[in-house]
Design a protein around this ligand. Sequence first.
Ligand code: ADP
Ligand code: F6P
Length: 324
Amino acid sequence: MSKEVQTIGVLTSGGDAPGMNAAIRAVVREGIARGKTVKGICKGYTGLLAEEIIDMNTRSVSNILQRGGTILQTARCPEFLTEEGQKRAAEICRKHGIDGVVVIGGDGSFRGAQKLAAQGINTIGIPGTIDLDIACTDYTIGFDTAVNTAMEAIDKIRDTASSHQRCSIIEVMGRHAGYIALWCGLANGAEQILIPEKYGYDEQKIIDDIIANRKRGKKHYIIVNAESVGDTLAMAKRFEEATGMETRATILGYMQRGGSPTCKDRVYALTMGAMAVDLLCAGRSNRLVAYKNGSFVDFDIDEALAMTKDISDYQFNVGVNMTV
Ligand code: ADP
Ligand code: F6P
C-alpha cells in the first residue's frame, strides 16, 4: 500500500557531479514547502550506516546552487552491498524517523536504493553522474558541466598543438562509456574520437590517417580518447614512433568532475529534485526520475536498471566528413 512520507532523507552517492547541490537544494526546499521534515545523510550509504544524519532547513541549502561537488559529501560503501548492511541501514532510517530517501547518484547507487526500498523505506533515485551512462535517461546531472569543462580545456590544447604542429591525445573520463569523449570530440572538431562503443582498435588505420593528414598540410591532429579505451600515454608513444609526428598525451582527470554547474545542470537538477519530492508525497517508492525524449518522467528502478542504451552510428559519424 502506498503511503505519503513524512520525513525525507537525502544523500549523494558514488562519484560527485556538478549540479548535485542544486538537486539537494530542491529536495530540501520543496520538501519543507510541502510540510515535510528533511534530513541530510552525509557521505552516501557510508554516512547512513555511521548515522551521520543532519537536520536540514531552508538556510542549510543557501548559497549552494552555484557550487560544484556536494555539500553532503559522497562515498562508496562496501558494507552496504551486504543484506546485513541494508537491513541495518533501514533500521537506522526508522530510528531517525526517515520514511523516504532520495538517492542522487549513478547505477550502483540505484542498486542500493532498490535494496533500501525492499527493506521498506520509500526510495527515489535521481541520476547524478558526469558519465551519462544511465540507460533510462537522456540526461544525468553533471554531464553538461563536465563536457563544457573538457571542451574548453581541449580548445586550449588545440591552440598549442597547432602552434607546434603536434598530435595531441586527450583522455577524458566516462568510466565504461564514451559519451564525454563523443561530445567533446564533436565539439572540439577532433580528427579521431576513440570510444569503447565504436572503436575497432585498429591503430594502423589511425597512423595512416595521421600521416595523410600531415601531407594534406593540417597543422595538428587531435584525438579524444575515452578512459576505458586504453593507456593514453603508451598510445601517444606508439603513434609518435610510427608517424614521426611529435605526439603529446594529456589526461584531463578530476577537473572534469568539479566546477560551478552550467545553467542546464542547475535547472534540470532542480526539476528532478522537485519531482523526487512529488513522488514521495504521492507515496511512490523504488522509482527513478529521468529525462526521456524531451520530458521529465519516472521509471521503476528494476525496469530502469534492466534497460540498455547505445550510441548510434549516425551520431558517431556526424563529425567524420568535417575534419578533413
Ligand atoms: P555510482 O552510483 O556512481 O554508479 P558506485 O557503483 O560506486 O557508484 O555505487 C555507489 C555505492 O552504491 C556503492 O559503494 C555501494 O554502497 C552502493 N551499491 C552499488 N551496487 C550495489 C548493489 N548491487 N547493492 C547494494 N548497494 C550497491
Ligand atoms: O563516475 C564518474 C567518474 O568520474 C568516472 O568518469 C571515472 O571513471 C570514475 O568516476 C573515477 O572514480 P574515482 O573517483 O573513484 O577515481
